[in-house]
Design a protein around this ligand. Sequence first.
Ligand code: C5P
Length: 210
Amino acid sequence: MIIAIDGPAAAGKGTLARRIAEEYGFHHLDTGLTYRATAKALLDAGLPLDDEAVAEKMARKIDLAGLDRAVLSKHEIGEAASKIAVMPAVRRALVEAQRAFSRREPGTVLDGRDIGTVVCPDAPVKIYVTASAEVRAKRRYDEIVGTGGSADYAAIFEDVKRRDERDMGRTDSPLRPAEDAHLLDTSEMSIEAAFQMAKSIIDAGLSRNA
Ligand code: C5P
């Protein structure tokens, strides 16, 4: 059983995916972390972000068991990740590892940008989580300020839009909803409401597949 969750940056898909995995007792993989870990390894080694062969080699060394969200969540790492994510050889390497993960029993929840379209096109349940760029920027702003940091809303908003353009505009596996994905617009929804909606979509999918 595979649950595919896609959507743009800061749409809340990570939080949703974690809760769903907990609810159903499934393994969860935030595939964004695999791109982030590859980018961080390159940055740490002082290697360039624009050499596809070097980046692919690094991508093949990533250990899914060692992905640390706290270390990888930094803004600069996200930016670097979206740059190497345009490279087909990097995507091929990471998608192989993601597919192997998706086959774990009793089931898996994968979240990212291309799970329903490329990584697991046969997933029986696909959800595309979105929210307006303004709402996503505001959530990220509140999160930073809420944890005692200082943030500039206008800069975050520009950043969200730039990331969307890069993710939706790339040639290899651009961000888009799969044809059979359920759209979940959380612009005017609490996390709890989004979770309940997702749960009813999944329960319907599970009973169809039972
Ligand atoms: O979701 P997150 O912000 O952690 O992802 C970082 C970057 O990794 C994204 O902006 C995107 O470019 C890339 N990514 C991707 N495909 C995925 C997951 C993430 O291209 N399945």
